[in-house]
Design a protein around this ligand. Structure first.
Ligand SMILES: [Zn+2]
Length: 139
């Protein structure tokens, strides 16, 4: 099997606060100071009201599986991970993001829809990549 290194994100001035927080183990989102909208990926303007007054705020790092697929074939960089679960996670703050769910068996006969998940991070190059795992029951 041909293997390649996984791509490492290259922060831009817009996305640097996100990756800086990820390296500290924190998942952050932008929130509009004008209308309080939580924003799913880094932007210059609020998609709701157009304001440029956006702040980076920590999230709880929890949410639910909104949709997912079981990936059974992948590019060389990800081939060693198959089968794996590529999911759209709806964060408790509202925005949805694409990530993977780890430590759960990738099966077709059970559904992960609405499964509670929590963020974790995996080192890749000099960045920490957000991944999700099934949320442990509150004690
Ligand atoms: Zn706004």
């Amino acid at each position: 099997m041909r293997t390649e290194p996984k791509p490492v994100p290259e922060p831009t001035p817009l996305t640097a606060p996100y990756w800086d927080a990820a390296r500290k183990g924190e998942l952050v989102l932008q929130r509009c100071r004008g209308c309080e909208e939580a924003i799913g990926y880094p932007r210059l303007n609020c998609p709701n009201c157009g304001s440029t007054e956006l702040a980076w705020l920590p999230t709880a790092g929890t949410g639910r599986v909104w949709s997912y697929v079981v990936v059974e074939r992948a590019e060389p960089a990800f081939a060693a991970d198959v089968p794996y679960i590529l999911a759209v996670i709806e964060l408790d703050e509202g925005p949805r993001l694409l990530s993977v769910v780890k430590d759960v068996e990738a099966r077709h006969d059970t559904s992960l829809i609405d499964q509670r998940v929590q963020v974790g991070f995996e080192m890749r190059g000099d960045q920490q990549i957000p991944i999700f795992t099934v949320q442990e029951e509150a004690a």
